[in-house]
Design a protein around this ligand. Structure first.
Ligand SMILES: Cc1cc2nc3c(=O)[nH]c(=O)nc-3n(C[C@H](O)[C@H](O)[C@H](O)COP(=O)(O)O)c2cc1C
Length: 198
């Protein structure tokens, strides 16, 4: 079967890409608007981009009425976001937080998601997540003729829960993130160590 993307609707393309490009990491993004309302939402068009500068990219679409998603608006206005990594314990709350709410409503309140201030000047992180990145808005990428906005954010600080540090001196991490696979979720499972390349 060969699929011509020119014949496919946006949702069909999404279905195909989401089932094939797997697993996708999930950025559980915390932002704040001018009134200080905490917004939390998950995004899986998300990836590490470079270590110098330490950057990640996240693509954000629009709400059903065509307005900007709160996360996009807040990052552009405040220049800051906190990106949490999701473990199994937070899966349901993360999933619920994808519900489209008005900008005056906080997912933290609506879904009883506890947050914790860790780095001054940045949005709080979700309490209990294994790791979180405190980021500044770096650059917007233009996708010609698209309503999807890819944003590059720069990591300024990273929180790592002591419980996932298998070697504190070398800062070796060991944790099981939840990944997006199609419309479901998965844990990564079996690790494979490759042979040394000579
Ligand atoms: C696991 C998961 C991944 C998602 N990934 C994205 C994404 O990459 N881009 C996007 O625009 N929306 C994505 N969504 C939908 C947003 O989470 C949803 O539109 C949310 O309401 C946005 O909230 P906000 O308006 O508070 O920013 C995803 C939803 C789920 C459950």
């Amino acid at each position: 079967m060969l699929i011509d993307y020119a014949d496919k609707e946006l949702t069909q393309r999404y279905q195909l890409m989401a089932q094939t490009i797997i697993p996708r990491p999930i950025a559980w993004i915390v932002t704040q608007n001018k009134q200080g309302i905490i917004n939390i939402a998950p995004f899986s068009y998300f990836m590490g981009l470079s270590s110098e500068p330490a950057t990640m990219i996240v693509s954000i679409g629009h709400k059903s009425d065509g307005s900007e998603k709160d996360t996009l608006k807040n990052i552009k206005e405040s220049g800051r976001c906190t990106i949490c990594m999701v473990d199994e314990a937070h899966l349901n709350q993360m999933h619920f937080s994808s519900k489209e709410l008005g900008e005056e409503e906080s997912e933290a309140t609506a879904f009883d998601i506890k947050t914790k201030e860790v780095v001054k000047g940045f949005p709080p992180m979700v309490q209990g997540v294994p790791s979180a990145f405190f980021c500044e808005f770096y650059q917007e990428i233009e996708l010609k003729d698209s309503k999807t906005i890819p944003l590059v954010v720069e990591i300024k600080e990273q929180f790592i829960d002591d419980g996932i540090l298998s070697d504190k001196e070398k800062i070796t991490l060991d944790y099981e993130p939840v990944a997006r696979v199609g419309k479901s979720y998965a844990l990564l499972g079996k690790k494979i160590i490759p042979p040394t390349i000579k």
